[in-house]
Design a protein around this ligand. Structure first.
Ligand code: FAD
Length: 234
């Protein structure tokens, strides 16, 4: 999405092919995705939603426009855990191929650690349910915890997933985690100024568009182990 936003006033035409209904849907949820979709559409970006790319056909079978390939590459990255190299080992993975780790980032094999996009780990905000979270901050937290435990300094992961980016001069912040059971509470396809996700009456994630530092403050509250009720958020 960042590439599409950056190129929106430079390229002659930009098309985004996305297999879900909204961009960022699995990572950030439909509210954030819907807001991004509208922002980019207003800049002329064309979206082909719920579609999968199978082939690029150029003139006479050749894609001559180098930019097309450039834009596609990052979109394909990070979608599927790159764990094929573990084939033949007994390291446990989930159905998507993500490596299963505990809160010390240890796999089912003692002294074998993993972290980042390739793992599925217990998420405190989801009552310990496993989830794969593809954020830079999460990968850094995993790396730090794995290193401590590799050095036998027992330490468990304690973090609130945090994602940030900027698009078309506006900041998008997202803290927490929206799992399968979470529901959006405010607005639909908009982030003006913030959206919340809740489970069993309590906030598990919040997102905002150009409304800082709201989400940072919410992350801080969640980090301290405090609960924010649905009513308080509303
Ligand atoms: C286009 C794009 C935009 C993003 N924007 C944001 C953002 O705005 N904010 C945010 O928080 N997050 C963002 N992310 C997500 C963030 O980049 C990732 O969550 C983070 O980089 C994960 O870190 P990692 O170390 O797990 O994986 P990576 O950063 O992907 O690093 C994995 C490394 O391992 C290498 N590797 C893979 N397989 C092998 C192998 N078999 N042998 C040796 N090396 C191997 C890869 O080449 C790569 O260098 C974005 C991701 C993408 C793709």
């Amino acid at each position: 999405m960042e590439a599409a936003a950056f190129l929106s006033d430079k390229a002659a035409a930009i098309s985004v092919v996305e297999k879900h209904e909204f961009p960022f849907q699995k990572t950030l949820g439909p509210q954030v995705g819907g807001a991004v979709l509208k922002m980019l559409q207003s800049k002329g970006v064309k979206f082909y939603m719920k579609k999968e790319l199978h082939e690029l056909k150029g003139k006479d079978g050749k894609v001559s426009h180098s930019l097309a390939a450039f834009v596609l590459t990052p979109f394909l990255a990070g979608v599927t855990p790159n764990s094929a190299f573990l084939k033949g080992t007994s390291i446990a993975k989930d159905n998507s191929g993500a490596i299963l780790v505990d809160l010390r980032m240890q796999t089912n094999i003692p002294n074998v650690f993993a972290g980042g996009d390739v793992v599925s780990f217990p998420v405190a905000l989801l009552n310990g349910d496993h989830s794969s979270i593809h954020h830079q901050q999460v990968a850094e937290a995993h790396g730090s915890i794995a290193a401590f435990n590799m050095l036998k300094k027992q330490k468990e992961l304690h973090t609130v997933p945090f994602f940030w980016t900027t698009m078309l001069g506006r900041s998008i912040h997202y803290a927490g985690r929206m799992g399968q059971r979470e529901r959006g509470m405010k607005g639909h396809n908009s982030l003006h100024p913030s959206a919340f996700y809740s489970r069993d009456g309590f906030v598990t994630a919040a997102a905002s568009l150009n409304c800082d530092p709201t989400v940072s403050l919410i992350a801080e509250v969640l980090y301290l182990g405090k609960k924010i009720s649905k009513e308080e958020a509303e």
